[in-house]
Design a protein around this ligand. Structure first.
Ligand SMILES: *[C@@H]1O[C@H](CO)[C@@H](O)[C@H](O)[C@H]1NC(C)=O
Ligand SMILES: *[C@@H]1O[C@H](CO)[C@@H](O)[C@H](O)[C@H]1NC(C)=O
Ligand SMILES: *[C@@H]1O[C@H](CO)[C@@H](O)[C@H](O)[C@H]1NC(C)=O
Ligand SMILES: *[C@@H]1O[C@H](CO)[C@@H](O)[C@H](O)[C@H]1NC(C)=O
Ligand SMILES: *[C@@H]1O[C@H](CO)[C@@H](O)[C@H](O)[C@H]1NC(C)=O
Ligand SMILES: *[C@@H]1O[C@H](CO)[C@@H](O)[C@H](O)[C@H]1NC(C)=O
Ligand SMILES: *[C@@H]1O[C@H](CO)[C@@H](O)[C@H](O)[C@H]1NC(C)=O
Ligand SMILES: *[C@@H]1O[C@H](CO)[C@@H](O)[C@H](O)[C@H]1NC(C)=O
Length: 283
């Protein structure tokens, strides 16, 4: 009883927290008329935070004598002329991510994958309400996934932190990002249990939590992920019985559960799969 009451208080608190953040967001958006200059300033601060740019990409292409919307890697909306996408993937850039990268008010897609960026992701980035696509794959970034991530990024469809140095738990509140289709968090140092609430993300096509230090059982709620095509939980410390509910995943093309402490059998209805299962840990 006590527990139920405190849980409902927590969830009311979180709801209130969300509402306050959303109204602050609306207040900021109306009180302040940010412009393309705000976007340009953010990109120039980013450029200044890059300490090594082996192909001189930013020096060559991000020049204030050309309009921001013409800079390579920058995409703008045709009507508002505000930045909607930033893609500086695969440039081997060394440096850190400045908090000004959270100043974009219309950014939908942020691709910084395959670079050598280090440090943490500034929390301001996790408040860019319009973001749908966030890719930090293969950098040297660290830190935790904030518990209120979906309060501030409700439209998130794609999140990849593949191969970085993130740690901490996978927040159960990720289940509030109801549009998520790709959740790719392998090759990090995530620990703790796999939240059963992830089973609410019914639009998921790809769920990759492999090569972390996750413990506990595979939630049977994962059997609800009807659109799932790829699921990897390989190379963790998961234990217990493989839930038979996984037989509901009719569209699954790849299932990787190897190198855990799991028991039981892969549901026989999943036969076209390229899976591997081993008992014990072979790192
Ligand atoms: C998640 O969503 C539920 C209801 O949809 C809400 O009560 C809760 O506060 C949300 N939590 C977070 C952390 O976003
Ligand atoms: C609005 O943004 C400008 C920069 O574009 C900043 O200098 C100013 O402090 C902001 N004002 C408010 C009320 O947030
Ligand atoms: C920026 O562009 C102008 C005109 O296109 C050119 O003269 C100048 O050298 C460029 N600056 C840098 C730093 O590349
Ligand atoms: C910027 O791009 C537009 C559309 O592609 C083009 O018409 C314009 O000439 C470009 N401006 C400069 C200064 O390069
Ligand atoms: C970013 O650019 C790379 C090519 O450099 C491309 O492969 C990738 O799909 C782009 N990302 C997005 C989100 O469009
Ligand atoms: C990035 O580094 C890798 C490995 O060092 C190299 O193969 C690749 O060509 C580099 N790419 C660029 C754009 O410099
Ligand atoms: C941009 O971000 C920085 C750091 O988060 C902040 O101090 C500044 O007020 C922001 N500027 C605008 C125009 O939003
Ligand atoms: C999410 O899943 C949990 C446990 O699986 C369940 O109790 C909860 O009601 C679900 N929440 C939503 C918003 O669907």
């Amino acid at each position: 009883m006590e527990r139920v009451r405190s849980l409902s208080m927590i969830s009311r608190f979180l709801l209130l927290h969300c509402l306050i953040l959303i109204s602050l967001f609306i207040a900021a958006a109306t009180a302040n008329t940010s412009s393309i200059t705000t976007d340009q300033d953010a990109l120039l601060v980013l450029r200044a935070h890059i300490t090594h740019d082996p192909t001189n990409f930013l020096a060559k292409n991000w020049n204030t004598s050309t309009p921001v919307c013409n800079w390579t890697g920058v995409t703008c909306d045709g009507h508002s002329h505000r930045v909607t996408a930033l893609n500086i993937s695969r440039l081997n850039l060394t440096g850190t991510i400045p908090s000004q990268l959270g100043n974009f008010s219309t950014l939908q897609s942020l691709d910084l994958s395959f670079n050598r960026l280090s440090g943490s992701i500034p929390s301001a980035i996790f408040t860019t309400y319009t973001l749908k696509y966030v890719n930090f794959r293969e950098n040297q970034l660290s830190g935790e996934i904030p518990a209120n991530i979906c309060c501030n990024l409700p439209f998130l469809e794609f999140l990849s932190l593949y191969q970085n140095m993130f740690h901490g738990g996978i927040p159960s509140t990720l289940s509030n990002c109801t549009y998520l289709r790709i959740l790719s968090l392998p090759y990090n140092d995530f620990s703790g249990a796999v939240p059963r609430e992830i089973g609410n993300l019914t639009k998921l096509k790809e769920l990759d939590l492999g090569r972390n230090r996750l413990q506990g059982e595979i939630p049977r709620e994962f059997g609800n992920l009807a659109d799932l095509e790829v699921m990897s939980l390989a190379i963790n410390k998961l234990q217990g019985e493989i839930p038979q509910e996984l037989r509901n995943l009719a569209g699954l093309e790849l299932l990787q559960l190897n190198e855990n402490f799991l028991t039981g059998i892969i549901p026989s209805s999943i036969d076209k799969l390229l899976f591997s299962i081993e008992f014990g840990i072979f790192i």
